[in-house]
Design a protein around this ligand. Structure first.
Ligand code: 5GP
Length: 192
């Protein structure tokens, strides 16, 4: 999606060779006009798949998922990062290794909101090593729902998550795929 690539070039900040900051427009300050276009693009890609729920993970996926859900006319569920040790039996749970904080945490979704009749689209801001998506995929599989695919704003294609998740047979659509980037030279290249 050229609009997103251009915005990343203009307002993104590269940290080393691994981390891209998009705080100016996507996951801290949020440019709603841009995210509206992102939501419409996800709808163009997945609009004919019978999606009836959008699932994301707190925190930075929530805003993007909500705006995307307006195009689909469906509810958003966000997996919560569980802070207590006791996980009640009425939730689906999975583990996620945080890319940005280096910790492993549990995510939960109430069984009330996901079940075998659902057709689920996953939405997230970034795909790096694939742990966040894998955690969400586990929740969907445990619930018996059908996984339609994953819509990602920025995939860092030089990290293993994209191959890993596609290798599981999941349809992944990323709107900007970063081939490589370097803070020292302030360069970023996107996949064709
Ligand atoms: P993964 O689980 O695929 O390794 O990482 C995905 C999650 O880590 C996303 O939900 C996102 O919040 C965060 N993340 C991964 N890479 C980056 C990055 O380069 N920049 C930012 N801002 N977040 C990232």
């Amino acid at each position: 999606m050229k609009l997103l690539e251009d915005r990343i070039r203009k307002d993104g900040t590269i940290r080393g060779t691994e981390v891209l900051k998009v705080d100016r427009f996507l996951n801290h300050q949020m440019d709603i006009a841009l995210i509206n276009e992102i939501g419409k693009e996800f709808y163009r890609l997945f609009g004919d798949c019978g999606v009836n729920k959008i699932l994301t993970i707190e925190a930075s996926g929530i805003g993007i998922a909500c705006i995307t859900a307006q195009s689909f006319g469906v509810p958003v569920i966000f997996a919560k990062k569980n802070k207590t040790k006791n996980i009640a039996g009425d939730v689906y749970t999975s583990k996620v290794a945080s890319f940005t904080h280096g910790k492993v945490y549990d995510i939960i979704v109430s069984k009330e909101f996901l079940g075998p009749d659902d057709r689920v689209l996953l939405i997230d801001d970034f795909l790096a090593n694939g742990s966040a998506l894998q955690g969400l995929i586990n929740l969907v599989r445990d619930s018996g729902a059908t996984l339609v695919g994953a819509g990602i704003c920025v995939e860092k294609a030089f990290q293993p998550g994209g191959d890993l998740i596609r290798g599981m047979g999941v349809r992944v659509e990323s709107l900007a795929r970063v081939k490589c980037m370097d803070e020292a030279t302030n360069t970023i290249e996107f996949c064709d």
